[in-house]
Ligand binder design. Sequence first.
Ligand SMILES: [Zn+2]
Length: 71
Amino acid sequence: MRKVADCREMPNDVGCTLMIAGEEDEVVRAAAEHGVSVHGEVDSFEYRASIRRSLKDEEPGYGARPSEAYP
Ligand SMILES: [Zn+2]
């Protein structure tokens, strides 16, 4: 099962809609690098942990509409 990180699910100032899918470690690494370069985040253990917590399982059709399940 691949994991998905979706910028639309995270608060961000730049209106970013990027979605990253892949193996969990790949997604965490790519999302951390993306967060630093695009969102001005500071890469840290805590930041990567927060990304890991926000990952979802990839579902067929995911991204077709905004998720209602995310708190
Ligand atoms: Zn983004």
